[in-house]
Design a protein around this ligand. Structure first.
Ligand code: C2O
Length: 479
């Protein structure tokens, strides 16, 4: 077992699966129902909107690698039916993907509303999946269909049905990263929740998990998955997000003060999705605070053992707004070009601040410009010289993930848009740890960035050092 992967015990206890909710069981074919819902009075429509409360039965979303042949066939059938619908239909594949983001025009209602870099990242995606799952279920003709999850934490190869390129398989997408469709493993450091899980604050957890493993898995799968405006078109998107959603549940289940936000600002924020009848549903994010009791699903029970690694903590862009250079900046390295080879930058620091600092120390990658968002960079602080660093080294701090920063992603209404792109990490504990290592120079922080792409498995593109991104400045900020 990789020590950086939190250990997932067996002991799966699926809750009893029964009939679907009354509403869903009685839902007529989508086209008929759409006409019916348009004829509803406002009061009846409001009642329909309360159906989120009707889920008295909790169904378990399955691991993709445990599906029966019939379940897999239903999944494919649902996708094929959704793909056959015109883009103007909110229950079509392209309309649903467009809610996340789309390069198509005209842009449609609710397109490009995905939440990234804000405290609604987890809740928005949860409700997005919830409504998508209802549409997929109705389209599949299987009233018991649940979205499966891809647990890349234990299964780093893309699930086999998604790699099967037989004609007509809607799960196969040819544009993914080199090797992925041949069974290459996504890098081990891309799937680790070791940095996110120990964090007890919701804001800290969401900022950390959004970077790694969420963003790092996106750019490791590559192709459509590496951009906001295309990600939802790859069917693996939905299974990836189920796993993120599952990790949110797993995080909460650890206790220790972990909780969803209680403030009205978070709970009352509304977003709009579409149900299986194509009816717009505006819901408060408080609905996303519970799975079983409100949304009618959960995941197999998991036991989690926390990893003791000391890692940097990625700060959610929304929360990083207050950590603004040049305020508090104590050292800066000028621009760094990122390509296929390891890149190095040295930040010169006032010696007394570099060791065990009293306050917080942040590492800020500022003014990011991205041309190729596929792959991500492992961040090493003062790695050993003379050999390639590996992520099990003490010098490994985390990942610089450029998901959502390519020019094509910076159109539309995505929450993170606007302002120069940054990625900010709390490196306080990491620096304190490094300060204890022999030969540590408190005046120089050497930042080494190593590109990670899928490993092995079929034809690889030749390793080229083409430019992928540029960091305008790397700053160390102290508070
Ligand atoms: Cu809204 Cu995984 O992306």
């Amino acid at each position: 077992m990789d020590r950086r992967n939190f250990v997932i015990g067996a002991g799966a206890t699926a809750l009893a699966a029964g009939s679907s909710s009354r509403l869903l069981a009685q839902a007529p074919a989508a086209s008929t129902a759409r006409l019916q819902s348009e004829a509803l009075s406002p009061a009846a429509r409001a009642q329909l909107n309360n159906d989120l409360l009707l889920h008295k039965i909790c169904r378990t979303r399955p691991n993709i690698n445990s599906l029966s042949a019939a379940q897999l066939a239903a999944l494919k059938q649902g996708i094929t039916v959704m793909q056959s619908r015109p883009v103007s239909d909110p229950t079509s594949w392209l309309y649903q993907a467009g809610i996340h983001g789309s390069n198509l025009s005209p842009q449609r209602p609710q397109w490009g509303t995905c939440q990234h870099g804000t405290l609604h990242f987890l809740s928005w995606h949860r409700l997005y999946l919830y409504y998508f799952e209802r549409i997929l279920r109705a389209a599949s003709g299987s009233p018991t269909l649940m979205l499966p999850y891809w647990n890349w934490g234990t299964d780093r190869a893309l699930p086999a049905p998604f790699r099967d390129n037989s004609a007509g398989n809607p799960l196969f997408i040819p544009n993914r990263s080199s090797g992925i469709n041949g069974g290459a493993l996504i890098p081990a450091s891309s799937v680790s929740a070791a940095a996110a899980m120990p964090i007890t604050s919701f804001g800290g957890f969401t900022g950390s998990i959004e970077g790694t493993p969420h963003g790092s898995v996106h750019v490791s799968v590559g192709g459509w998955m590496s951009g906001f405006n295309t990600a939802g078109q790859d069917p693996i998107f939905w299974l990836h997000h189920c796993n993120i959603d599952r990790l949110w549940e797993t995080w909460l289940a650890q206790g220790g003060g972990r909780a969803n936000p209680a403030d009205a600002g978070w709970r009352n924020q509304e977003f709009t999705f579409f149900d299986e009848t194509g009816t717009a549903r505006t819901v408060k994010m408080s609905r996303a605070a519970a799975t079983c009791g409100v949304l009618g699903y959960n995941y197999p029970k998991r036991r989690i053992i926390l990893d003791a690694s000391i890692l940097a903590t990625q700060i959610s862009p929304q929360l990083a707004e207050r950590i603004r250079p040049p305020r508090g900046a104590i050292g800066t390295a000028p621009s760094v070009a990122l390509g296929g080879r390891p890149a190095e930058a040295v930040v010169t620091l006032p010696p007394r601040r570099a060791g065990a600092v009293a306050g917080k120390t942040y590492l800020s990658f500022d003014d990011l410009a991205v041309s190729n968002p596929e792959g991500y960079y492992e961040i090493y602080l003062n790695p050993p010289r003379g050999r390639a660093p590996v992520f099990t080294d003490a010098s490994y701090a985390g990942n610089l993930v450029l998901f959502g920063l390519a020019p094509a992603d910076r159109t539309g209404m995505h929450a993170e848009h606007g302002g120069p792109a940054r990625r900010v990490f709390d490196i306080s504990r990491k620096v304190a740890q490094l300060a204890k290592t022999p030969g540590f120079d408190p005046a120089k922080l050497r930042v080494v960035l190593v590109l990670k792409t899928p490993e092995g498995g079929g034809a690889q593109r030749p390793a080229v050092d083409a430019p992928r991104a540029r960091i305008g400045a790397i700053r160390v900020i102290a508070e």
